[in-house]
Design a protein around this ligand. Structure first.
Ligand SMILES: [Zn+2]
Ligand SMILES: [Zn+2]
Length: 344
């Protein structure tokens, strides 16, 4: 089968590799249809690592995908051959202490698609996954929408973990795909006002159109001042979706006493700091988000019910042969890209 492989820093090649085979009775052989390019994939492409996870070349990346079922193992009951499915890229063991606590996203033996040291990715024609990672869409959503369910599940999970009060006022700092997924998930929960900050102009526009009460660019204005002008007491919850020290600091300033800081963004550095005086006096609760837990079906339902409109996030399409061009586009934040989709 064809596979797109990372072969070095900012290098990719289309190669022929052996097709994977069903091994366990609960395995599903998937024909990959669409793959979303995620910031973390681009991170591996540009730097060859995320923290302690280091790429050994050649390597197949990618973890956001939609597929059709090509074959099933003997005891598969969840999906049928020919059915379109959304994929949860996290394969947990279901047995360890974390899994038993219901914390499958921090499973001690977690294998996540396209994560060095854990398994290959989905930028290839066929993939084998356990049936519990395959979510039939019953054609209630399109293949493109099924790809969006992975980032949307993270947005939905972040909002769930925030335990929003009634009529919450919130801030989202960073309007990349995850920030926007957080925005649409929060809107689906009837938040009162949502303030968004972002440095890329096109994304600010999108945030506006998606229902942000106010959206501003920190390079052009004092966003903290502007938001506090509109929300004198501060916001109930601030979602940090940029992974920057600057945005962490802004979140702390924006929060009301007793507010919650949600850390969703992945910083490119090993340590961040907090203004202890502020977080202590305000009794800020800090919640970390590790991808998502049991929110894939929720994401599918949000789109299928029309409560969340997510199509606007897909801004670019590429054939498999042009995957590198898609990665370059996302790496350079060119042409107003939010989500680029690869078609197989
Ligand atoms: Zn992703
Ligand atoms: Zn486990």
């Amino acid at each position: 089968m064809k596979a797109v492989m990372l072969t070095g820093l900012r290098q990719m090649a289309l190669r022929d590799v052996p097709e994977p085979k069903i091994e366990k009775a609960t395995d599903v052989l998937l024909k990959i249809e669409r793959v979303g390019v995620c910031g973390s994939d681009v991170h591996y492409y540009e730097t060859g690592r995320i923290g302690s996870q280091v790429v050994t070349y050649p390597y197949i990346t990618g973890h956001e995908c939609a597929a059709t079922v090509a074959a099933v193992g003997k005891s598969v009951t969840r999906v049928k051959v020919g059915e379109p499915v959304a994929i949860d890229p996290a394969v947990s063991c279901h047995h360890c202490a974390q899994c038993r606590l219901g914390r499958e996203n921090t499973c001690y033996k977690l294998r996540f698609l396209g994560t060095p040291g854990q398994g290959g990715g989905c930028l290839c024609e066929y993939l084998v996954m356990p049936q519990e990672c395959c979510y039939p869409t019953h054609e209630a959503i399109s293949l493109e929408q099924a790809v969006l369910c992975e980032p949307l599940s993270i947005g939905a999970y972040s909002v769930q973990q925030a335990k929003l009060p009634e009529h919450a006022n919130i801030a989202i700092l960073g309007a990349g795909p995850i920030g926007l997924c957080t925005l649409v998930s929060a809107k689906a929960q009837n938040v009162k006002a949502c303030y968004v900050t972002e440095k890329i102009q096109e994304r600010l526009q999108i945030a506006h159109q998606t229902g942000a009460a106010w959206a501003g660019n920190p390079d052009k204005q004092d966003v903290v001042k502007e938001i506090l002008k509109r929300q004198r007491d501060g916001v109930d919850v601030a979602f940090e979706c940029a992974g920057q020290q600057e945005t962490i600091d802004q979140c702390v300033e924006l929060l009301r006493p007793g507010g919650t800081l949600i850390l969703t963004g992945i910083p490119r550095f090993d340590r961040v700091s907090f203004a202890i005086d502020l977080i202590r006096r305000k009794e800020i609760t800090i919640v970390n988000i590790r991808r998502q837990n049991q929110c894939t079906q929720k994401a599918i339902d949000l789109i299928a019910s029309g409560k969340v409109k997510a199509d606007f996030m897909i801004t670019h399409h590429f054939p498999l042969e042009e995957t590198q061009a898609a990665f370059e586009l996302v790496a350079e934040y060119r042409d107003g890209v939010v989500k680029a989709i690869i078609h197989l």
